[in-house]
Design a protein around this ligand. Structure first.
Ligand code: DX5
Ligand code: ZN
Length: 219
């Protein structure tokens, strides 16, 4: 699978989201962090903002739901037109049903795991998902330090995905930068979320190309 970069608008100016999308025409996705102040100790945006953003950009939206009741909310993001909707394994009470509803609404279905959540219990769900997201920080905030402790799990996740045919994308999110992206690519990630490393750069589009080149060298 070719390397894909998904810049996180969490690090952009929330009053200028359309401009933030336009600043990265070379992004494969726009990563949208939905936080509810319950699953994580931070509050960001929800469905109305996603609906507006869908009208403002043709870049597909990669919605990462860090919310307590994803079973209730996730299908609506897919129905609204998000290209990908990711729910957290720690929060979902009926993940199989919810993942199937996401797919039925025409979006790619993602399952996210926090740093301390093991991947092995979810092996049987690989057929239900299009992407597995391994958090490389504790979710909730941009600009945190990359957690190397997740790298062995990333390698095990790559082996599991490959043993099931290799179609599931493997995404990393948190602390991904020019310093850390090569480690992630080497361990088997193919979709890279980067917030501060892209929107904190003087030229966000150029930052994406630099990240892409580094990841491609190691994948
Ligand atoms: C954190 C979010 C991330 C965040 C990443 O909980 O899920 O998507 O925006 O930001 P950086 O790349 O700055 O760590
Ligand atoms: Zn995220």
């Amino acid at each position: 699978m070719a390397v894909q970069i998904s810049p996180s608008i969490l690090s952009a100016d929330f009053a200028r989201l359309a401009e933030a999308a336009a600043a990265v025409p070379n992004a494969d996705w726009l990563h949208v962090d939905v936080m509810d102040n319950h699953f994580v100790p931070n509050l960001t945006l929800g469905l109305p903002v996603v609906e507006s953003l869908l009208k403002a950009t043709s870049t597909p939206l990669d919605c990462h739901l860090m919310i307590e009741d994803p079973d209730r909310w996730a299908p609506a993001y897919a129905e609204a037109g998000a290209g990908s909707v990711t729910i957290h394994a720690e929060a979902a009470k009926a993940p199989v049903r919810t993942l199937r509803q996401i797919r039925a609404a025409g979006a790619r279905a993602g399952l996210a795991l926090n740093p301390a959540t093991p991947v092995e219990p979810y092996e049987d769900l690989l057929g239900e998902i299009d992407m597995l997201l391994l958090m490389t920080v504790e979710p909730g905030f941009g600009g945190q330090k990359f957690l190397d402790v997740v790298l062995p799990k990333l390698r095990r996740a790559r082996a599991l995905v490959d043993s099931h045919g290799g179609q599931v994308w493997l995404q990393v999110d948190g602390g991904v930068s020019a310093e850390t992206i090569e480690r992630c690519a080497e361990a088997g990630a193919d979709v890279f979320v980067a917030g501060s490393a892209v929107y904190g750069a003087e030229d966000p589009a150029r930052a994406i190309e630099e990240l892409r080149t580094l990841a491609e060298k190691k994948s």
